[in-house]
Write a new protein. Structure first.
Ligand SMILES: Cc1cc2nc3c(=O)[nH]c(=O)nc-3n(C[C@H](O)[C@H](O)[C@H](O)COP(=O)(O)OP(=O)(O)OC[C@H]3O[C@@H](n4cnc5c(N)ncnc54)[C@H](O)[C@@H]3O)c2cc1C
Length: 645
């Protein structure tokens, strides 16, 4: 059977044309408005309380809509965004170092390896400056210089310092800002907050998204919830690899269920492998830890020049070290984008020059920076990251270089959305990491927080009004056949999972799936490997549905049941990721195909054949997905072979 079929091309019909600097302004002006009295009559469901969902829910409620907010954590402020460490980009040009909206736009399109939409990225760069003002007004304690001005630092893929930060806890501080805004609206009665509730299905009525089916994770109660529009801000799906830097709970269920109901899934194979994570130390692990990219501002990456050099790194003299990023990419040095740094680390380890017990590691060394700036200055910038590293590895990075290795970190793929952030299901909007986002095939560091908050505070609140202007829509309740069917599907699936009563844990299946994905759809992919992976995933999925053991029942807290549902969805997603990776016969950004590389081992794009967004349509279980291509046009940043040399 064919792995997929090809359907009609898809176009972003909401994308304005004309001079790029005026597009967002014009779209906002042309979009319909909803008058304040009518906003009160309309309800919006927001799934997710991370930076994207939290900021969207607070803003929509502030505007006067009634909002129902959902998250699976015990508090909205525990969303995965809280883990973000290094910073958030904005084209403020406070340093007067040559930054501008245009440069951020340019860096992001280039950093994404020319696989993102120019209009979206320009809007993101424009809005970036408002985000900092918004967050400062909320009291987010960004780092400041001695004189009191906001401090910035560099992140990969940029030669300017445009990253605003709060030590190594930027996500936490930004999320507390959004959370306070959300709490205020909860207190005012404008937001109904539903923590510990997991969305398990989307309700589509007459072609429009009108609600969700949720399970109360504490009581097991299943209910149907209705609204005039539904916003998914449910984060990324990096945990399909089992080991990743994502919080353990991160999953694909919300977006995958919507995909099965008609929302196209775009570029699922674009995965970001972050170069600076603590190396895997054994098969007992269920989670990997990121060491923020900000560390590459001062840390120097190196390996011994000689293979198998096992000496203590401090005993290896300068002339026997290879600072390979500085050597290969002299212009950007240690601050090359993530895809490039990750592949370079893999290459030196493949050559036998990796360090540490597994030999899958490279050094990130702060000795020079400590000599130059003093330990105090390094502590002030990165203290909490150093502490975290020491607690996990037992080594003191002030004394011994850190050991790092690439790990799965972020997913650029996600539900396809138009310029208004609306999916292919009318009334279903998708924001933050959950959509296929503005990052093309590779996200630059500090740009996810920027995108999540741009979507939530500034873009969605404008564009959703254009849709809601036609509302309020006809009332729907739990007796509507579409709602009855969605709820029944959820109940049947739970019963099916509980009834298998097999002999393998959910985690054992998840771990094995992750190994297949890492091996064949990770940092490097090949046709043979991807075909093998598809066969293995299918076989393992069949086993899962015969042998998984989910103890307990559905009538209360049952973490195995929660995980089983998520892993079942990961199986389906994993297959689509491999098919997407297989069909894209080029290398671009986070998608590196072994067959398509330059003589120097860099990613070799094929713009003639693949300058498009791959938007996948679900047909039916077991049937091939349909590929719809959205052509990408570049008027302002002309695609070239990326060079950071
Ligand atoms: C360790 C780490 C460090 C990072 N550091 C940075 C950084 O310095 N700078 C940067 O720009 N980016 C960083 N990133 C990336 C960035 O943190 C994320 O991309 C971003 O926070 C995602 O935000 P979000 O709002 O889209 O989703 P999330 O914060 O993941 O929130 C998802 C929300 O959806 C809810 N949810 C999901 N599914 C369901 C469901 N089925 N039912 C109900 N609720 C559901 C969850 O409960 C949660 O509230 C980092 C990522 C990691 C892993």
């Amino acid at each position: 059977m064919d792995l997929f079929t090809e359907g009609d091309p898809i176009a972003d019909t909401r994308a304005p044309d004309g001079p790029i600097e005026t597009r967002w302004e014009r779209r906002r002006f042309e979009a319909k408005l909803v008058n304040p009295a009518n906003r009160r009559k309309m309800t919006v469901i927001v799934v997710g309380t991370g930076l994207a969902g939290g900021s969207a829910a607070a803003t929509l409620a502030e505007q006067g809509y009634r909002v129902k907010s959902y998250c699976y954590q015990d508090s909205p402020r525990r969303a995965h965004s809280i883990a973000a460490q290094g910073g958030i980009n904005a084209a403020k040009n406070y340093r007067n170092d040559g930054d501008s909206v245009h440069r951020l736009f340019y860096d992001t399109v280039k950093g994404g390896d020319f696989r993102s939409r120019e209009s979206n990225v320009h809007r993101l760069a424009e809005v970036s400056v408002n985000i900092i003002d918004q967050c400062v007004a909320q009291g987010v304690p960004f780092a400041r210089e001695y004189g009191g001005l906001l401090d910035t630092r560099s992140f990969g893929g940029a030669q300017v310092q445009r990253t605003f930060y709060a030590r190594g806890q930027t996500g936490q501080q930004l999320l507390l800002g959004a959370y306070q805004a959300l709490e205020r609206q909860i207190g005012l009665g404008n937001v109904e907050m539903n923590s510990r509730h997991e969305m398990l299905e989307l309700i589509v009525v007459d072609g429009k998204a009108r609600g969700i089916v949720v399970r109360d994770m504490v009581t097991g109660e299943i209910t149907s919830e209705f609204a005039d529009a539904v916003v998914l801000a449910s984060g990324g799906y990096g945990n399909v690899f089992y080991l990743s830097t994502n919080a353990k709970g991160c999953n694909v269920t919300a977006t995958w269920r919507a995909h099965r109901k008609g929302a196209y899934f775009a570029n699922p194979c674009y995965t970001q492998i972050h170069p600076t994570c603590i190396p895997v130390s054994g098969d007992h692990q269920s989670k990997l830890t990121l060491m923020s990219e900000s560390l590459r501002n001062d840390g120097r990456v190196w390996v011994p020049k000689a293979r198998g050099d096992d000496r203590d790194p401090r005993e290896i003299p300068e002339d026997e070290r290879d600072y390979y990023l500085e050597r290969i990419y002299p212009s950007f040095g240690n601050l090359v984008p993530r895809d490039i740094a990750s592949r370079a680390a893999k290459n030196v380890c493949d050559e036998g020059r990796g360090v540490g017990p597994t030999k899958l590691g490279v050094y990130l060394d702060f000795a020079d920076a400590i000599d130059r700036l003093g330990r105090k200055a390094i502590e002030a910038k990165y203290g909490n990251l150093f502490e975290m590293y020491e607690r996990i590895t037992g080594e003191d990075p002030y004394e011994v270089p850190m050991r790092i290795y690439p790990a799965v970190h972020y997913t650029m793929g996600g539900l396809w959305v138009d310029y208004d952030l609306q999916s292919t299901i009318p009334g279903l909007f998708v924001i933050g990491e959950a959509n296929f986002s503005d990052h093309g095939a590779n996200r630059l560091g500090a740009s996810a927080l920027m995108q999540g908050l741009a979507d939530g505070y500034f873009v969605l609140p404008n564009t959703v009004a254009n849709y809601l202007a036609a509302g309020p829509f006809e009332k729907v309740d739990a007796t509507h056949p579409a709602a009855v069917e969605a709820r029944r599907d959820v109940e049947d699936r739970i019963q099916r999972l509980l009834a298998i009563d097999g002999d393998r844990t959910v985690d054992s299946f998840h771990r094995e799936l992750g190994q297949i994905m890492w091996e064949h759809c990770g940092m490097e992919r090949s046709e043979a490997g991807l075909r093998k992976a598809i066969d293995e995933i299918r076989a393992l999925r069949d086993q899962f549905w015969q042998r998984v053991r989910v103890p307990g029942n559905g009538e209360g807290l049952n973490q195995s049941l929660e995980k089983a549902g998520r892993v079942a969805d990961f199986f389906e997603l994993a297959e689509l990721m491999c098919i997407d990776a297989l069909h894209r016969e080029e290398s671009c950004g986070g998608h590196f195909r072994a067959e398509h590389q330059t003589p120097e081992g860099e990613a070799q794009r094929d713009d003639e054949r693949f300058a498009y967004v791959a938007a996948w349509e679900f047909t039916a279980t077991g049937e091939p997905s349909v590929l719809h291509k959205e052509d990408l046009n570049f008027e302002y940043v002309h695609p070239t072979q990326r060079s950071y040399k």
